[in-house]
Design a protein around this ligand. Structure first.
Ligand code: GH3
Ligand code: MG
Ligand code: MG
Ligand code: MG
Length: 289
Protein backbone atom coordinates (compact mmCIF):
# COMPACT_ATOMS: atom_id res chain seq x y z
CA UNK A 1 0.00 0.00 0.00
CA UNK A 2 1.02 3.66 -0.24
CA UNK A 3 0.63 4.87 3.33
CA UNK A 4 0.79 8.39 4.76
CA UNK A 5 1.90 8.43 8.40
CA UNK A 6 1.30 11.48 10.60
CA UNK A 7 2.83 11.98 14.03
CA UNK A 8 4.31 14.98 15.88
CA UNK A 9 7.48 13.04 16.71
CA UNK A 10 10.12 12.54 14.04
CA UNK A 11 11.55 9.63 15.99
CA UNK A 12 8.17 7.86 16.08
CA UNK A 13 7.73 8.51 12.34
CA UNK A 14 11.11 6.97 11.64
CA UNK A 15 10.30 3.84 13.64
CA UNK A 16 6.84 3.34 12.08
CA UNK A 17 8.03 4.01 8.56
CA UNK A 18 10.82 1.45 8.82
CA UNK A 19 8.34 -1.14 10.15
CA UNK A 20 6.04 -0.44 7.17
CA UNK A 21 8.84 -0.32 4.61
CA UNK A 22 10.10 -3.71 5.80
CA UNK A 23 6.89 -5.23 4.38
CA UNK A 24 7.13 -3.41 1.08
CA UNK A 25 4.75 -0.52 1.78
CA UNK A 26 5.51 2.89 0.30
CA UNK A 27 5.55 5.43 3.13
CA UNK A 28 5.23 9.23 3.23
CA UNK A 29 5.73 10.83 6.66
CA UNK A 30 4.40 14.13 8.01
CA UNK A 31 4.63 15.94 11.33
CA UNK A 32 2.16 18.60 10.10
CA UNK A 33 -1.41 17.33 9.71
CA UNK A 34 -2.43 19.98 7.17
CA UNK A 35 0.50 19.05 4.92
CA UNK A 36 -0.51 15.41 5.27
CA UNK A 37 -4.09 16.18 4.22
CA UNK A 38 -2.90 18.23 1.22
CA UNK A 39 -0.68 15.34 0.17
CA UNK A 40 -3.48 12.77 0.47
CA UNK A 41 -5.86 14.96 -1.52
CA UNK A 42 -3.41 15.47 -4.38
CA UNK A 43 -2.04 11.92 -4.50
CA UNK A 44 -4.76 9.53 -5.62
CA UNK A 45 -2.41 6.57 -5.24
CA UNK A 46 -2.33 6.97 -1.45
CA UNK A 47 -4.62 4.25 -0.08
CA UNK A 48 -3.64 4.21 3.58
CA UNK A 49 -3.46 6.85 6.32
CA UNK A 50 -2.10 6.20 9.79
CA UNK A 51 -2.45 9.24 12.01
CA UNK A 52 -1.75 10.01 15.60
CA UNK A 53 -4.74 11.74 17.22
CA UNK A 54 -2.36 14.22 18.87
CA UNK A 55 -1.35 16.25 15.78
CA UNK A 56 -1.44 19.90 14.71
CA UNK A 57 -2.57 22.25 13.21
CA UNK A 58 -5.73 20.27 12.42
CA UNK A 59 -6.64 17.71 15.04
CA UNK A 60 -6.30 13.98 14.38
CA UNK A 61 -10.07 13.55 14.42
CA UNK A 62 -10.52 16.35 11.89
CA UNK A 63 -7.84 14.83 9.70
CA UNK A 64 -9.65 11.47 9.78
CA UNK A 65 -12.90 13.16 8.84
CA UNK A 66 -11.48 15.29 6.01
CA UNK A 67 -9.59 12.33 4.56
CA UNK A 68 -12.74 10.18 4.75
CA UNK A 69 -14.67 12.82 2.75
CA UNK A 70 -11.95 12.92 0.10
CA UNK A 71 -12.08 9.20 -0.37
CA UNK A 72 -15.82 8.74 -0.62
CA UNK A 73 -16.42 8.85 -4.36
CA UNK A 74 -14.32 6.39 -6.33
CA UNK A 75 -11.25 5.98 -4.21
CA UNK A 76 -10.46 3.69 -1.33
CA UNK A 77 -8.51 4.95 1.66
CA UNK A 78 -8.01 2.88 4.80
CA UNK A 79 -7.58 5.09 7.86
CA UNK A 80 -5.97 3.97 11.13
CA UNK A 81 -6.01 6.32 14.11
CA UNK A 82 -3.42 5.88 16.84
CA UNK A 83 -3.11 7.25 20.32
CA UNK A 84 -1.03 6.59 23.41
CA UNK A 85 -4.26 6.90 25.39
CA UNK A 86 -6.13 3.73 24.69
CA UNK A 87 -9.62 4.00 26.08
CA UNK A 88 -13.12 3.37 24.75
CA UNK A 89 -13.94 7.03 24.36
CA UNK A 90 -10.85 7.76 22.22
CA UNK A 91 -11.50 4.67 20.17
CA UNK A 92 -15.16 5.40 19.48
CA UNK A 93 -14.43 9.06 18.70
CA UNK A 94 -11.85 8.00 16.12
CA UNK A 95 -14.10 5.42 14.46
CA UNK A 96 -17.02 7.87 14.44
CA UNK A 97 -14.75 10.44 12.76
CA UNK A 98 -14.14 8.17 9.80
CA UNK A 99 -11.24 5.98 10.91
CA UNK A 100 -11.50 2.30 10.01
CA UNK A 101 -9.32 1.08 12.84
CA UNK A 102 -7.52 2.19 15.99
CA UNK A 103 -4.14 1.17 17.41
CA UNK A 104 -2.25 2.17 20.51
CA UNK A 105 1.02 4.05 20.40
CA UNK A 106 3.71 2.99 20.00
CA UNK A 107 2.36 0.37 17.62
CA UNK A 108 3.57 -3.22 18.07
CA UNK A 109 5.04 -4.26 14.66
CA UNK A 110 3.30 -7.67 14.51
CA UNK A 111 -0.06 -6.07 15.32
CA UNK A 112 0.43 -3.29 12.77
CA UNK A 113 1.29 -5.79 10.03
CA UNK A 114 -1.76 -7.93 10.85
CA UNK A 115 -4.06 -4.91 10.74
CA UNK A 116 -2.58 -3.84 7.43
CA UNK A 117 -3.15 -7.30 5.98
CA UNK A 118 -6.82 -6.89 6.92
CA UNK A 119 -6.72 -3.41 5.36
CA UNK A 120 -5.31 -4.86 2.13
CA UNK A 121 -8.11 -7.42 1.91
CA UNK A 122 -10.75 -4.71 2.30
CA UNK A 123 -9.00 -2.30 -0.09
CA UNK A 124 -8.74 -5.00 -2.74
CA UNK A 125 -12.42 -5.87 -2.40
CA UNK A 126 -13.43 -2.22 -2.42
CA UNK A 127 -11.48 -1.60 -5.63
CA UNK A 128 -13.00 -4.66 -7.28
CA UNK A 129 -16.49 -3.43 -6.39
CA UNK A 130 -15.75 0.07 -7.69
CA UNK A 131 -14.53 -1.45 -10.95
CA UNK A 132 -17.66 -3.58 -11.27
CA UNK A 133 -19.95 -0.66 -10.49
CA UNK A 134 -18.28 1.64 -13.01
CA UNK A 135 -17.56 -0.64 -15.94
CA UNK A 136 -19.71 -1.58 -18.89
CA UNK A 137 -19.24 -5.35 -19.03
CA UNK A 138 -19.38 -5.73 -22.81
CA UNK A 139 -16.91 -3.04 -23.86
CA UNK A 140 -14.88 -2.52 -20.69
CA UNK A 141 -15.52 1.25 -20.97
CA UNK A 142 -16.99 3.33 -18.15
CA UNK A 143 -20.75 2.91 -17.87
CA UNK A 144 -23.18 5.81 -18.09
CA UNK A 145 -23.21 6.54 -14.37
CA UNK A 146 -19.42 6.56 -14.05
CA UNK A 147 -19.02 8.82 -17.09
CA UNK A 148 -21.60 11.29 -15.78
CA UNK A 149 -19.93 11.29 -12.39
CA UNK A 150 -16.63 12.23 -14.03
CA UNK A 151 -18.32 14.91 -16.12
CA UNK A 152 -19.79 16.39 -12.95
CA UNK A 153 -16.42 16.20 -11.23
CA UNK A 154 -14.58 17.83 -14.12
CA UNK A 155 -16.84 20.88 -14.30
CA UNK A 156 -16.88 21.12 -10.52
CA UNK A 157 -13.17 21.85 -10.33
CA UNK A 158 -12.72 23.97 -13.44
CA UNK A 159 -11.29 27.42 -13.05
CA UNK A 160 -13.45 29.49 -15.43
CA UNK A 161 -10.72 29.70 -18.09
CA UNK A 162 -10.37 25.94 -18.65
CA UNK A 163 -12.45 24.25 -21.35
CA UNK A 164 -14.39 21.00 -21.11
CA UNK A 165 -16.00 19.45 -24.16
CA UNK A 166 -18.27 16.48 -24.65
CA UNK A 167 -18.64 14.25 -27.70
CA UNK A 168 -21.54 11.90 -28.16
CA UNK A 169 -21.50 9.34 -30.94
CA UNK A 170 -23.72 6.57 -32.18
CA UNK A 171 -23.10 3.75 -34.65
CA UNK A 172 -25.04 4.26 -37.89
CA UNK A 173 -27.68 1.71 -38.85
CA UNK A 174 -26.46 -0.61 -36.17
CA UNK A 175 -29.74 -2.46 -36.16
CA UNK A 176 -29.02 -3.69 -39.67
CA UNK A 177 -25.67 -5.18 -38.51
CA UNK A 178 -27.58 -7.16 -35.88
CA UNK A 179 -30.29 -8.10 -38.34
CA UNK A 180 -27.90 -9.20 -41.03
CA UNK A 181 -25.21 -10.98 -39.00
CA UNK A 182 -26.73 -11.69 -35.61
CA UNK A 183 -26.39 -10.25 -32.15
CA UNK A 184 -22.94 -11.81 -31.48
CA UNK A 185 -21.43 -10.03 -34.45
CA UNK A 186 -23.20 -6.85 -33.31
CA UNK A 187 -21.49 -7.24 -29.94
CA UNK A 188 -18.14 -7.70 -31.67
CA UNK A 189 -18.69 -4.47 -33.62
CA UNK A 190 -19.57 -2.64 -30.40
CA UNK A 191 -16.35 -3.82 -28.79
CA UNK A 192 -14.27 -2.82 -31.80
CA UNK A 193 -15.82 0.66 -31.94
CA UNK A 194 -15.32 1.09 -28.19
CA UNK A 195 -11.67 0.09 -28.43
CA UNK A 196 -11.06 2.49 -31.30
CA UNK A 197 -12.47 5.41 -29.30
CA UNK A 198 -10.12 5.01 -26.32
CA UNK A 199 -7.29 7.56 -26.23
CA UNK A 200 -4.95 8.97 -23.61
CA UNK A 201 -6.34 12.02 -21.84
CA UNK A 202 -9.96 11.25 -22.74
CA UNK A 203 -12.64 9.62 -20.61
CA UNK A 204 -14.83 7.35 -22.70
CA UNK A 205 -18.04 5.64 -21.65
CA UNK A 206 -20.89 3.63 -23.13
CA UNK A 207 -24.10 5.56 -22.61
CA UNK A 208 -26.26 2.60 -23.59
CA UNK A 209 -26.95 0.47 -26.68
CA UNK A 210 -24.65 1.65 -29.49
CA UNK A 211 -24.23 5.13 -28.10
CA UNK A 212 -21.04 6.44 -26.50
CA UNK A 213 -19.79 9.58 -24.76
CA UNK A 214 -16.32 11.11 -24.63
CA UNK A 215 -15.35 13.62 -21.97
CA UNK A 216 -12.54 15.84 -23.26
CA UNK A 217 -10.91 17.71 -20.38
CA UNK A 218 -9.06 20.96 -21.19
CA UNK A 219 -10.36 20.95 -24.76
CA UNK A 220 -12.42 23.62 -26.55
CA UNK A 221 -15.13 22.90 -29.11
CA UNK A 222 -12.81 23.17 -32.11
CA UNK A 223 -10.35 20.74 -30.52
CA UNK A 224 -13.19 18.34 -29.77
CA UNK A 225 -14.55 18.75 -33.30
CA UNK A 226 -11.17 17.81 -34.82
CA UNK A 227 -10.85 14.88 -32.45
CA UNK A 228 -14.34 13.65 -33.32
CA UNK A 229 -13.70 13.98 -37.04
CA UNK A 230 -10.45 12.05 -36.73
CA UNK A 231 -12.28 9.32 -34.84
CA UNK A 232 -15.04 9.34 -37.47
CA UNK A 233 -12.48 8.62 -40.20
CA UNK A 234 -10.83 5.87 -38.18
CA UNK A 235 -14.20 4.24 -37.47
CA UNK A 236 -14.99 4.19 -41.18
CA UNK A 237 -11.59 2.55 -41.84
CA UNK A 238 -12.06 -0.13 -39.18
CA UNK A 239 -11.99 -3.67 -40.51
CA UNK A 240 -13.84 -5.82 -38.04
CA UNK A 241 -13.27 -9.51 -38.63
CA UNK A 242 -15.99 -11.88 -37.53
CA UNK A 243 -15.72 -15.67 -37.85
CA UNK A 244 -17.95 -17.13 -40.61
CA UNK A 245 -19.13 -13.66 -41.63
CA UNK A 246 -15.91 -12.06 -42.81
CA UNK A 247 -15.18 -8.37 -42.64
CA UNK A 248 -17.69 -5.87 -41.24
CA UNK A 249 -17.61 -2.10 -41.79
CA UNK A 250 -19.41 0.61 -39.91
CA UNK A 251 -19.71 4.38 -39.68
CA UNK A 252 -20.65 6.63 -36.76
CA UNK A 253 -22.31 10.02 -36.31
CA UNK A 254 -21.05 12.55 -33.79
CA UNK A 255 -22.39 15.51 -31.81
CA UNK A 256 -20.04 17.92 -30.02
CA UNK A 257 -20.70 20.47 -27.29
CA UNK A 258 -18.49 22.63 -25.09
CA UNK A 259 -19.39 23.35 -21.51
CA UNK A 260 -20.46 26.92 -20.75
CA UNK A 261 -19.86 28.50 -17.36
CA UNK A 262 -22.79 27.76 -15.06
CA UNK A 263 -24.32 25.10 -17.33
CA UNK A 264 -25.51 21.80 -15.88
CA UNK A 265 -24.21 18.44 -17.07
CA UNK A 266 -27.69 17.58 -18.34
CA UNK A 267 -27.72 20.70 -20.51
CA UNK A 268 -24.23 20.01 -21.86
CA UNK A 269 -25.16 16.43 -22.76
CA UNK A 270 -28.45 17.54 -24.26
CA UNK A 271 -26.66 19.91 -26.64
CA UNK A 272 -24.32 17.11 -27.75
CA UNK A 273 -27.34 14.84 -28.21
CA UNK A 274 -29.09 17.46 -30.32
CA UNK A 275 -25.98 17.87 -32.49
CA UNK A 276 -25.80 14.09 -32.88
CA UNK A 277 -29.45 14.04 -33.96
CA UNK A 278 -28.63 16.68 -36.58
CA UNK A 279 -25.69 14.58 -37.81
CA UNK A 280 -28.08 11.65 -38.25
CA UNK A 281 -30.69 13.76 -40.07
CA UNK A 282 -28.07 15.27 -42.37
CA UNK A 283 -27.11 11.82 -43.66
CA UNK A 284 -24.92 10.18 -40.92
CA UNK A 285 -21.13 9.58 -40.88
CA UNK A 286 -20.46 13.19 -39.92
CA UNK A 287 -19.72 15.50 -36.99
CA UNK A 288 -22.01 18.34 -35.98
CA UNK A 289 -20.87 21.06 -33.58
P1 GH3 B 1 -29.26 5.06 -36.41
O1 GH3 B 1 -28.30 5.19 -37.54
O2 GH3 B 1 -30.38 6.01 -36.54
O3 GH3 B 1 -28.58 5.17 -35.10
O4 GH3 B 1 -29.88 3.61 -36.52
P2 GH3 B 1 -29.58 2.35 -35.63
O5 GH3 B 1 -30.06 1.14 -36.33
O6 GH3 B 1 -28.15 2.34 -35.25
O7 GH3 B 1 -30.40 2.69 -34.31
P3 GH3 B 1 -31.59 1.94 -33.60
O8 GH3 B 1 -31.81 2.74 -32.35
O9 GH3 B 1 -32.73 1.75 -34.53
O10 GH3 B 1 -31.03 0.53 -33.24
C1 GH3 B 1 -30.07 0.32 -32.27
C2 GH3 B 1 -29.94 -1.17 -32.13
O11 GH3 B 1 -28.87 -1.47 -31.20
C3 GH3 B 1 -31.16 -1.84 -31.58
C4 GH3 B 1 -30.67 -2.74 -30.48
O12 GH3 B 1 -31.16 -4.04 -30.62
C5 GH3 B 1 -29.18 -2.74 -30.66
N1 GH3 B 1 -28.44 -2.95 -29.43
C6 GH3 B 1 -28.53 -2.27 -28.26
N2 GH3 B 1 -27.68 -2.77 -27.35
C7 GH3 B 1 -27.04 -3.80 -27.94
C8 GH3 B 1 -26.03 -4.74 -27.50
O13 GH3 B 1 -25.55 -4.72 -26.35
N3 GH3 B 1 -25.59 -5.67 -28.39
C9 GH3 B 1 -26.10 -5.73 -29.66
N4 GH3 B 1 -25.62 -6.68 -30.48
N5 GH3 B 1 -27.05 -4.89 -30.09
C10 GH3 B 1 -27.51 -3.94 -29.26
MG1 MG C 1 -31.20 5.18 -32.75
MG1 MG D 1 -27.34 3.92 -34.09
MG1 MG E 1 -28.69 4.78 -30.65
Amino acid sequence: MHIVVVDPSRVALKVISSVLASRGHIVSCFTDSQHALDFVSTHEEVNGLITSLEVLPISGLELCWSARLLAQAHRSLYIIAMSSMRNSRKLSEALDSGADDFISKPPIPEELHARLRAAERLTFMHNELIKLAETDPLTGLFNRRALFERLQHSIGKQPCLAHVSFIMFDIDHFKSINDRYGHDVGDLALKAAAQESVQDGLIVGRLGGEEFGILCPRMDRMGAYRLADDLRLRMADLQIRAAQVGEIRLTCSFGVSEWKEGESIDALVKRADLALYQAKSAGRNRVVL
